[in-house]
Structures are given as C-alpha cells and as structure tokens.
Design a protein around this ligand. Structure first.
Ligand SMILES: [Fe+2]
Length: 380
C-alpha cells in the first residue's frame, strides 16, 4: 500500500545516497554542450538554434534535465548583451544603497553586513527604469527555460542576492514552497503533494558578476531532487554531512544562468575572496497553478513599462518574453459574474490586454484606463 504520510523516522540516507550516485549519460541530453560534475551545461546559441527547428523537443529536454536528469543545468551566455546586465546591476546598487539608508534591505538568511538582498527586485527595477526592465526581460531564452519547467502563463519574481568577501555558506536546503516550512507542517502534506510542489516553481540565478569558485557560487547536489522524502531530510545532520561531502560547485561568468529544481539540495557557498563581490539576480518562476512567494503589483509594473514598450522595436519573441515577465498570464482567480468566460473562452489575461493594446498603438493613458477596468471587473 502506498504510504501517504511519513515522518523523519522513515528517512533513509542509503536511498538518498544511491539516488545521488547516478551517472549522467550525455547522450540523454543531446543539446548540452558539456557536463561537469554531473551538471549539464548548455549554451545560448545551441538552445536558440534548436528551439527554432523544434521548440517542443528543446522544452522537453530541459524539463527532463530537471526531473529525471540531475536536476540542475547552467546556461552559458544566457545574456549575450552584458550591457543589459550592467545596467540592471547599477540599478541594484542604487536600490541597495537607498534601502540601506532607510534602514531596510535585511536578509533573513545571513549575518548583517556580509550580504545584500533586494526583495521584489522585479517591480523595483520596473518602477525605476522601464527601459532597463524591458532590455532585461525581453530575453526569449529566459522565456523558453521558464516555460520548459512550469508551462505557459508563468509568473516571475526576482530577488537580488549579493555576497560580499567573507560571506558565509548557507546550510543545505530545498526551496519554496515546502523548503520554507517547519518539519511538522511539511509532514501534514500528503507525500504526492510534496512531490507535486516541486513542479510549481523553477529556481534560477543570473550571474551579475563573474563567480569564480572562491567567491562561493551555489553548492549543488545533483539528483537529490529525486528523493521523495527530501523535504523532511534537509535539516537532518546525516544528510547535511552527506551534502557537505558530495556537493559540487561550478564557476559562472557574468551573464550566465543557473537553473534548478527547487527540490534540489543546495546552499550558497563561502566567499573566501578578499575583494570579490558575488551578485546574482535570483529568479523564481511560478507555475500559473501555484502561489508565488512574493506579491508583485503587476498593474504598477505594466503602467511603468508600457510607455517604454510602445516606443521600442522588439521581435515577437522578445515582446512575448518581456510581457510574460511583467503581467499576469493566467485568467484565474477572477469574478466570473463580471469577467465572464465569453464564448466559452477563458477570461482575458493582463498579458493579452497589453499585447492587444500594443498592436493597436493604444496611448499609455488609454491603456492605463483599460488596465484599471480589467482589474476592477476581476475583483470579488
Ligand atoms: Fe535556496
């Protein structure tokens, strides 16, 4: 009989260790350019070329990499336009400075001073510099990777993490959703729900600085996402010790990306350099069926960036990517009395509203009015 509930007593380090001892077969992931320490390494050009010929096959390979594969991959040159990275990095510095001056910007995960953190960097960037936002999120490769794990209609949130020289490593853990909960809460979720939850979020990191090993890029334990009982295991000293012996780290270059299944055991590393500040924009991509960790005010984001979108020449793929990062892409929850499913179709999403307005060259003021009306009729 399938066991639905379980507790820490059922954890098996042997089972965990044998899952983590799997060997990566490169031929299973033909689009990867390399594999190092059981981490697949993709290259921007290869993925974009492959997606042109067979988008679905490309999505499928990336999905497998995160589920039946090692659970993590790097993408070299996720951003080929490093000016877009630097422009956002400058904004991050300005936001960190202004939040520090206001006594905010705390990071609950690290000792004060060794770490900088910007919560909801997505909205903050949109409101400060719409052009920078559009440049950053009109990245079709990022959109492809998001869709590969969580399907269409996803929602992006972003948190900047800066680890300064001397910054200490994190304890290994799993991420949102259940990675944030106490063991007694986790134990109340039926095991199938625990497994399901990892399919609702994709964890990503965009390197905003080079990340040599000494600067402490994320420590990763390939295959550990496959241990079904893992949400109760990561605080167990035996599993922590195993992680510390077997975790791997890969250096990243500015503009590279790292993506992993949120159930993968991982931890930020030690920054043992004397002078290297490691900065990443941590992307958390939520399936339209999940709840995001952060609340983003998409109306404010769209009002901020719409004028920049109007004046910009973007390819269809770039436009799709930036709209996917800025507006809600899912019709529900809504008020079906006032926002009915006309003609049997799902009610219009914010993303459809923006795309339609852009196609009609609708002035910003008129767009804002439509957006407000759209919001109003969706309220209960
Ligand atoms: Fe994490």
């Amino acid at each position: 009989m399938t066991q639905i509930y379980f507790n820490e007593e059922r954890l098996s380090l042997d089972d965990f260790a044998s899952l983590c001892a799997q060997t990566l077969h490169r031929q299973d992931f033909p689009l990867a350019r390399a594999a190092e320490k059981n981490v697949l390494i993709y290259h921007r050009d290869d993925l974009l070329t492959a997606a042109k010929t067979d988008r679905q096959n490309t999505l499928a390979e990336l999905h497998r990499a995160l589920s039946s594969g090692p659970g993590v991959f790097a993408v070299q040159g996720l951003y080929d336009d490093l000016a877009a990275i630097d422009r956002s990095s400058n904004l991050f510095e300005a936001i960190l400075a202004s939040e520090a001056a206001n006594g905010g910007g705390g990071d609950h995960f690290a000792k004060a001073g060794s770490n900088g953190r910007i919560w909801n960097a997505l909205q903050k960037v949109a409101e400060r510099d719409a052009e920078a936002f559009v440049e950053y999120y009109s990245n079709p490769l990022l959109a492809l990777i998001c869709e590969a794990w969580v399907g269409p209609g996803y929602e992006i949130t972003a948190q900047v993490n800066q680890v300064r020289p001397g910054g200490k490593a994190q304890q290994p853990h799993r991420d949102y959703h259940l990675g944030f909960q106490l063991n007694e809460v986790v134990a109340r979720f039926p095991l199938p729900l625990q497994i399901l939850s990892q399919y609702l979020t994709l964890q990503g990191a965009v390197a905003h600085s080079d990340m040599p090993i000494a600067s402490g890029p994320t420590q990763l334990l390939p295959w550990s996402q496959q241990y079904a009982e893992g949400y109760l295991a990561w605080r167990d000293p035996r599993f922590i010790a195993f992680f510390q012996q077997h975790a791997v780290q890969l250096p990243l270059k500015k503009g590279d990306g790292l993506f992993f299944n949120p159930a993968l055991f991982h931890a930020a590393g030690n920054n043992v350099t004397g002078d290297h500040i490691r900065t990443a924009n941590l992307l958390q991509v939520s399936s339209s069926f999940g709840k995001t960790m952060e609340k983003v005010n998409h109306v404010k984001v769209l009002e901020a960036i719409y004028p920049a979108l109007l004046g910009k020449k973007l390819s269809a793929a770039q436009l799709q990517a930036v709209v996917a990062a800025s507006g809600e892409g899912y019709s529900f929850p809504t008020n079906l009395d006032t926002d009915p499913p006309l003609g049997g179709l799902v009610p219009k999403t914010q993303q459809q509203l923006v795309l339609e307005a852009l196609q009609q060259d609708c002035p910003a003021e008129e767009f804002n009015a439509r957006l407000a009306e759209h919001e109003r009729k969706r309220e209960a």
